[in-house]
Ligand binder design. Structure first.
Ligand SMILES: Cc1cc2nc3c(=O)[nH]c(=O)nc-3n(C[C@H](O)[C@H](O)[C@H](O)COP(=O)(O)OP(=O)(O)OC[C@H]3O[C@@H](n4cnc5c(N)ncnc54)[C@H](O)[C@@H]3O)c2cc1C
Length: 257
């Protein structure tokens, strides 16, 4: 059913999308396998691209022909250059993005990339012989061969979600964890450990009384001059230059993350 690929990329998060685009654009016959095509390039948490110690990475990826900067520009709703009080070497471009538009633009760009196939399934094993990985095994039982396999599983490998004192398996909220690969990698001699991520609470804007919080809320205006994240400037998102607001939370007990 499946041909042999040059490159299989597992996981269509930001890393996987870039890896698949890079491989395909370099002429490799590439397969991008991901658990859910509806969550391609989903922004996990704060829908921002760039920021301190990250903005330059988006531009470096862009300089190498990656798509993150282009997609960011096409879905930006607010742009700020952070750290402006310091010298230019410290400036950090940060875009806030329309989460859904970001995913759609990424998917559109990938679907228009030659040499790139997609398959929706969970990869739960690697084909390994004589210390060399030559393909993947999926949850549906397909064995797909490739010269190279790139793993970009993000927070999904045996992921656990903690909410208060409850915890359960999951890659992100309402998404399954990926099982099988970690155990196999450990059996092959790799070490496995856990990293923690945090997420702020989502607040229903309709539940806030702006009058009540006026003393603690401050407007975060967008920069009047936009600095595109990609070299070839894209048309900014329709709502670009919107106003954001920050709310200071005085009591540590109400803080998250
Ligand atoms: C709640 C939460 C909050 C976060 N907050 C931030 C933040 O504020 N700032 C920040 O920089 N980072 C944050 N992160 C980290 C975030 O994961 C990374 O920034 C970024 O999304 C990582 O991109 P990625 O491409 O490596 O992986 P991900 O975005 O995690 O994507 C991995 C993809 O691979 C797929 N996948 C995984 N395993 C398999 C498999 N076996 N088979 C098929 N498909 C598979 C998944 O479905 C997913 O599409 C947060 C993560 C979470 C969960």
């Amino acid at each position: 059913m499946f041909p042999k690929y040059d490159v299989i990329v597992v996981g269509a998060g930001h890393a996987g999308c870039e890896a698949a685009a890079a491989a395909a654009n370099l002429g490799s016959k590439t397969l991008l396998v991901t658990m859910n095509m509806q969550t391609i390039a989903q922004m996990s948490c704060n829908p921002a691209m760039g920021g301190i110690a990250k903005g330059q990475i988006v531009r470096e990826i862009d300089a190498m022909g990656g798509y993150s900067g282009i997609v960011t520009d096409l879905s930006t709703i607010q742009f700020r250059m952070l750290n402006r009080s310091k010298g230019p070497a410290m400036w950090s471009p940060r875009a806030q993005n329309d989460r859904m538009l970001f995913h759609l633009k990424w998917r559109e760009m990938l679907e228009n990339t030659p040499n790139l196939d997609f398959y929706q399934d969970m990869v739960n094993g690697l084909l390994v012989k004589d210390g060399r990985c030559y393909g993947i095994i999926t949850g549906m039982g397909h064995q797909i061969e490739a010269t190279s396999v790139v793993l970009t599983n993000g927070t999904f490998l045996n992921g656990i979600v903690h909410i208060g004192e409850k915890n359960f398996g999951g890659g992100r909220i309402a998404e399954k964890a990926a099982t099988g690969i970690t155990e196999q990698l450990v059996s092959l001699g790799f070490e496995s450990d856990r990293l923690k991520t945090g997420t702020p609470p989502r607040v229903d804007g309709r539940s806030l009384d702006p009058g009540l919080h006026r003393d603690r809320a401050c407007k975060r205006l967008a920069d009047t001059r936009r600095h595109p994240q990609a070299r070839a400037p894209q048309r900014a998102g329709a709502n670009c230059d919107s106003v954001g607001s920050a709310l200071r939370v005085p009591d540590r007990r109400h803080r998250a993350g």
